[in-house]
Design a protein. Structure first.
Length: 189
């Protein structure tokens, strides 16, 4: 209890001292800067070591990045679309794929998926036909490194969709795929 009283008295003396002395602008900037650095350090430590809720900061950061990517994609779509123009939704069906997941030598686990890609121009569908081997290669490289636990829950599926969308758009540029839609998604093993 005496520590709290000593601290309160110390703060009161500091406030009184500041009121008696005119604090220069440089000192005020340094004081405010120190408080900002202390606050940022505290926030950084909480983020790095996790808060009281026990959530994994890396997962939270990935979720934030995925949400930001979705917002950026939506914003780019709004800029690209003309206000009164209605674009037809077109889907490109990717053949069913079966992937052997990375289990670290602890048995086997497979992922079977059927995916449809959403595009907004018929010419994009023709371009996807021509570039399908690149798309499948991107899928194979990425999916082969996935672990079964990477696909747990809605957050895992959302991250997978965003990662595949980014990789597909890189492989088929300048064609643009709007969304990755899972028609079938089965993890076995």
């Amino acid at each position: 209890m005496s520590d709290d009283m000593d601290e309160a008295l110390g703060e009161a003396e500091l406030v009184e001292g500041l009121e008696r002395k005119k604090v220069s602008g440089k000192k005020m900037v340094l004081l405010i800067g120190g408080l900002v650095v202390a606050a940022l350090t505290t926030v950084g430590a909480l983020t790095l070591f996790g808060g009281e809720d026990g959530a994994d900061p890396a997962d939270e950061a990935l979720d934030e990045m995925a949400e930001q990517a979705a917002r950026d994609r939506d914003a780019a779509q709004l800029e690209e679309d003309q206000p009164n123009e209605r674009l037809a939704l077109l889907f490109y069906e990717v053949p069913e794929q079966l992937y052997n997941l990375n289990t670290g030598g602890q048995g086997t686990s497979f992922l079977r998926v059927r995916i449809a890609l959403e595009v907004d121009r018929e010419s994009y569908r023709a371009d996807l036909d021509a570039k399908l081997p690149r798309v499948l290669d991107e899928f194979n490289v990425y999916m082969r490194e996935l672990r079964p636990e990477d696909l747990d829950g809605a957050a895992g599926i959302f991250r997978l969709k965003e990662e595949l969308l980014m990789r597909i758009n890189q492989a088929v540029a300048p064609t643009r795929v709007k969304d990755v839609l899972f028609q079938e998604f089965l993890v076995q093993g």
